[in-house]
Design a protein. Structure first.
Length: 80
């Protein structure tokens, strides 16, 4: 399945909207594994639509993928 990519800046802005609405940010991200290439992608939901967006590149390990979303969450909380 194809997901629309978003930049780091866009992802932080999307997460801020969820944060202002009172949602727990860590529970929003999901990981999807691609059968082709055995890669992992990080996804976050759009607030005003029923669509998932890809954040960052494809990862080869969950540790890298989790560190990526962790950095976004830290940046979102730091720039209220």
């Amino acid at each position: 399945m194809e997901y629309s990519p978003v930049s780091k800046k866009q992802a932080v802005a999307m997460l801020r909207v969820w944060q202002q609405a009172g949602h727990e940010l860590p529970s929003l991200a999901k990981f999807s594994t691609e059968k082709e290439g055995n890669s992992i992608i990080v996804l976050i939901p759009g607030y005003r639509c029923n669509k998932w967006y890809q954040v960052g590149d494809r990862f080869t390990a969950y540790q890298e993928a989790m560190a990526s979303i962790g950095a976004l969450l830290d940046e979102t909380k730091a720039t209220k």
